[in-house]
Unconditional design. Structure first.
Lengths: 582, 379
């Protein structure tokens, strides 16, 4: 940088400008060889008039209208007067021998000035203002001894914000309804600052959604035309409120997303139909701006109601995961981890994550809290770049309906809620570790937790119902599936009025057949454990071919508090088929 | 008034700057943004006052009850976050000279009561770096439950990554039932060997690879190598802090070199006073009959009353590969009784699916009678 003609830089009231400056002689010339800052001159006026007549200038800068040579002259006189009174310094930006814009410093407090700029339409998008601002920032800090620069712009003036971002300004916030909006009315004001001690480079990347092609769907940036064409249904308004846009307020939503991307916090994609271009939903990575979590991002996604059930989210997830974990030098984001949290009641979303290879790491109790005061639980998921994603994919084990002489075994559903809370059952309390029967008051919640379990793909459970009445009689499950053992643990319980009629045995035989069938669970082994002394259960197991392989002592505390012995049973597929006798 | 005999929680004041210290290494790593330096104190205090005015958080100075000198900091943050109303995030730090005296335990207790009883919050949460054992102990003693580990989520200075532990405590929780105090690994001096806690320096004595016998009979990751030792040791220490296990190193009494491992683990599963026993010997420790002495000492310790420094257990159990006769002989020698054997239910470290043999020992058993110790013990 060259600096010509300095003289007598006495810190004035505002510590900024020369006292008794002579215009234009005392206006320092700053240049990087391409862009030059110099005093304004008469010959700049025609291009200043062109600047003021451009719609993008008038959108964000309050300018007199109409704006002719007279107004340009007034501006020039004001610039001169400010130099001479020491109340502000404006430079002309010169590129290729022509006026390209103006840039100024206005004293705001001792050691602090506000940076402002504007560019002629024909130089925009070439980095001219950024180069000019870089010169003036250096001048302000290094020569004038300023300690802080502040900046503000109308909310939505992205060109101005990008210049401030390039120079390392931190965005401090937004003051609503304080700036002329394009086309009238008021918009917010962005404001930010840069201290002399801070690096003059972007604090965080300005995030831009890459265009990603996924066959039937693609990911691309949102545009003003992507106004949702369906109303928010219950899942969207409950689980995604504030994240998914509504038709009403879409512009504000879009502006907010762009702000978060500009701040390095998030990348928000539109999931679009490849053939029609219609916006089907959205997917976003967020919480990317926290230094402590660098390399990690959270994930959220949604689809408009009519777009669901087509695998679009899984396709979008695959695109985002591949892009997120790809190295930066190959066009990716270079992340090492993606996390997601999902309300336990949001089964569709959990299905997408589990089939997508995300692992659940735990469930938070008592969050989130909704506007209506209701409280839910939330399961947290993660996927690391180093994970074996395919090995981690999980989906619910298929649950066929099984028929026997007297019974139908099928999944638990909404209609199976008990009419009243289960009465005390001493036999169950002495033989089970927990109360197995569903509660009446919170049946829906119980069912949701059961279905969350199903999605893990390591267990399967049936409601045992009476063939004629379809009334639930009890439950039977196989757990611990999916490992290299190809083994499962059978468990069952019956309502007390269904016991003593061979119902458990009848259900167990059907489940054992399904467990060992190549078209069923295709297991090699089943086992079971029962409280020693629960003769009914032990006989049921024996009748189904299970062999007791041992009995331990004092090993189990039932939910009535008693400590009991446990009897253990197993059955191999070969025995079941009669190839071996137990 | 949030106060105990030793500490008082009060607002931070401008004149506390006299006591503000430069963060030590632990604070720099774990409480980077929570702790001020003498030069940043004014802005740090102003930011917190602003945040309190906005209802976003509460910040206390943990002050010496007598001198009023600041010893540390405790906060409830994120009070203003949408979708988490009634929930707050707990954070804290202590200056080095105030650590190790149980002061943070008192401060967290005061804040918990205040949060649930005065502020009407329904949930507290906290996050710790997995390597911050001291902080996790504070939370366990306070009754917080650890609900999940986020892997490699924290970015540390120098580009290293760390796992984050997530904790919660609900107002509806039985806080006293959930409190966990770390277990103690007592040093037990025996004939020729010593059972002692594992140390960082034991790494040098470990093999570089799991030997063939261990591969065959031990579950995956039970025996350690030099490479896996640091992670294994951290897991052992966490399970001690979680009152889940007491792991001993079986060391040579004269050289103190590690010869093997014996651990009481899964404490409290099945019944509140049951636990599993596991053990292995390094090649150098085998064939010397070490395990029977170690096992006797561990069984005695496990069944001793808590009041006498024992674990107060009533039942020990063990599982071995059906073909691992040496191990079964060790168990029988210590009085364990086999209660069952099953087929195709046991996975060895090398991936083979084998049969298992299952043993148990009750505190009420007459061990002398049931002991079937062979003439020569071996493993």
């Amino acid at each position: 940088m060259l600096m010509v003609r300095t003289r007598c830089w006495v810190p004035g009231v505002c510590g900024l400008l020369p006292v008794m400056a002579v215009f234009p002689d005392d206006v320092p010339v700053l240049t990087d060889g391409v862009v030059t800052l110099r005093a304004h001159c008469e010959s700049d006026l025609p291009r200043i008039v062109q600047f003021a007549g451009d719609p993008r200038s008038t959108a964000y800068v309050p300018l007199p209208s109409p704006y002719g040579r007279g107004q340009a002259r007034e501006f020039f006189d004001t610039v001169r007067a400010k130099w001479e009174s020491g109340t502000g310094g404006a430079w002309a930006i010169e590129v290729e021998g022509r006026w390209a814009g103006s840039i100024n410093l206005i004293p705001r407090a001792p050691g602090t000035a506000e940076l402002g700029y504007g560019a002629h339409p024909d130089v925009r998008g070439r980095g001219v203002v950024t180069a000019a601002a870089r010169l003036l920032v250096a001048h302000g800090f290094d020569t004038l001894g300023l300690r802080t620069l502040v900046w503000r712009a109308a909310r939505g003036n992205w060109a101005s914000r990008r210049v401030a971002w390039s120079l390392g300004f931190t965005l401090d916030g937004m003051w609503p309804a304080t700036h002329h909006a394009p086309g009238g009315g008021a918009t917010g004001t962005w404001f930010g600052h840069l201290h002399a001690s801070e690096p003059r480079e972007p604090r965080l990347p300005w995030r831009e959604p890459a265009v990603l092609d996924g066959g039937r769907i693609g990911l691309r940036p949102w545009t003003e035309a992507d106004v949702p064409d369906e109303p928010l249904d219950r899942p969207l308004s409950r689980f995604m409120l504030g994240t998914a846009p509504a038709a009403d307020g879409f512009d504000e939503w879009l502006l907010g997303r762009r702000e978060r991307m500009a701040g390095g916090e998030a990348i928000v994609w539109c999931i679009a139909d490849t053939s029609t271009g219609r916006a089907l939903g959205g997917i976003q990575l967020f919480r990317m701006h926290l230094p402590m979590l660098r390399g990690s991002a959270m994930l959220a996604y949604w689809l408009q109601p009519s777009a669901r059930g087509n695998g679009h989210l899984s396709a979008a997830l695959d695109l985002v995961v591949a892009h997120a974990f790809a190295p930066v030098d190959r066009g990716g984001l270079g992340l090492r981890r993606i996390g997601a949290h999902v309300d336990v009641e949001n089964l569709a979303s959990q299905r997408v994550l589990r089939t997508g290879g995300f692992r659940s790491l735990g469930t938070v109790t008592g969050l989130p809290v909704y506007d209506d005061g209701s409280v839910s639980d939330e399961t947290e998921f993660e996927l690391l770049a180093t994970d074996d994603r395919d090995a981690q994919r999980r989906s619910a084990v298929p649950l066929p309906t099984l028929h026997t002489d007297r019974l139908v075994l099928r999944g638990w559903g909404e209609r199976d809620a008990p009419a009243e809370e289960p009465a005390p059952d001493a036999q169950a309390a002495a033989s089970m570790g927990i109360e197995p029967r569903p509660p009446a008051a919170s049946y829906r919640r119980w069912l949701v937790h059961e279905r969350c379990e199903d999605l893990k793909g390591d267990s399967v459970r049936w409601c045992i119902t009476h063939r004629e009445t379809q009334r639930p009689l009890g439950s039977i499950s196989v757990r611990g599936l999916g490992g290299p053992l190809r083994s499962g643990t059978v468990g069952y319980w019956l309502y007390d009025d269904s016991r003593g009629r061979g119902i458990a045995g009848e259900a167990l035989k059907a489940v054992v057949a399904h467990a060992f069938s190549p078209d069923g669970l295709d297991l090699l082994r089943l086992d079971a454990a029962t409280v020693d002394g629960n003769h009914a259960s032990m006989l049921t197991l024996a009748a189904a071919g299970f062999r007791q392989y041992g009995q331990d002592h004092g090993s189990f505390t039932a939910f009535d508090g008693s400590t009991t012995d446990t009897a253990y049973f197993e059955l191999l597929a070969t025995e079941h088929r009669g190839e071996e006798t137990p | 008034m949030l106060e105990t005999e030793e500490i008082r929680l009060r607002p931070w004041r401008a004149d506390d700057v006299r006591f503000v210290q430069e963060p030590d290494d632990a604070s720099r790593l774990m409480a980077t943004r929570m702790q001020p330096t003498p030069s940043t104190y004014d802005g740090w205090l102003r930011d917190r006052q602003l945040s309190m005015t906005a209802g976003a958080a509460l910040y206390w100075c943990i002050a010496d009850a007598e001198s009023d000198e600041p010893l540390g900091y405790v906060k409830l943050a994120r009070l203003d976050v949408e979708f988490t109303r009634g929930n707050a995030e707990l954070g804290y730090w202590l200056y080095p000279h105030a650590r190790g005296r149980g002061l943070m335990r008192q401060a967290v207790e005061l804040v918990r009561r205040h949060a649930f009883e005065d502020l009407g919050l329904h949930r507290l949460q906290a996050g710790t770096d997995i390597s911050n054992f001291a902080s996790a102990r504070v939370l366990r003693r306070a009754g917080f439950r650890m609900w999940g580990v986020e892997r490699a989520v924290l970015a540390r200075p120098g580009g290293t990554r760390s796992d984050a532990l997530n904790w919660e405590l609900l107002a509806s929780d039985d806080v006293d039932a959930q409190r966990l105090a770390p277990l103690v690994v007592p040093t037990l001096e025996l004939d020729g060997i010593r059972l002692r806690a594992w140390r960082d320096t034991d790494e040098a004595s470990l093999p570089t690879e799991v030997d063939e016998l261990a591969m065959r009979y031990l579950p995956a990751a039970a025996q350690v190598t030099r490479t896996s030792y640091a992670g294994w040791l951290a897991r052992q220490r966490r399970s001690v802090d979680a009152a889940d296990a007491v792991p001993w190193c079986i060391a040579d009494a004269s050289t103190d070199e590690p010869l093997g491992s014996i651990v009481v683990f899964h404490i409290g599963t099945g019944t509140a006073t049951s636990a599993e026993v596991g053990y292995w010997l390094l090649p150098a420790g085998r064939g010397r009959g070490l395990l029977s002495a170690a096992m006797d000492a561990v069984v005695s310790h496990a069944f001793s009353d808590r009041i006498r420094g024992g674990l107060g257990l009533t039942r020990l159990y063990a599982e071995t590969d059906l073909e691992n006769l040496a191990s079964q002989s060790t168990l029988r020698g210590a009085g364990f009784r086999q209660w069952g054997e099953n087929r195709r239910a046991h996975t060895a470290a090398d991936g083979r699916i084998t049969d298992g043999a299952y043993f148990e020992l009750l505190a009420t058993d007459d061990r002398e009678v049931s002991s079937m110790r062979p003439a020569t013990t071996g493993s």
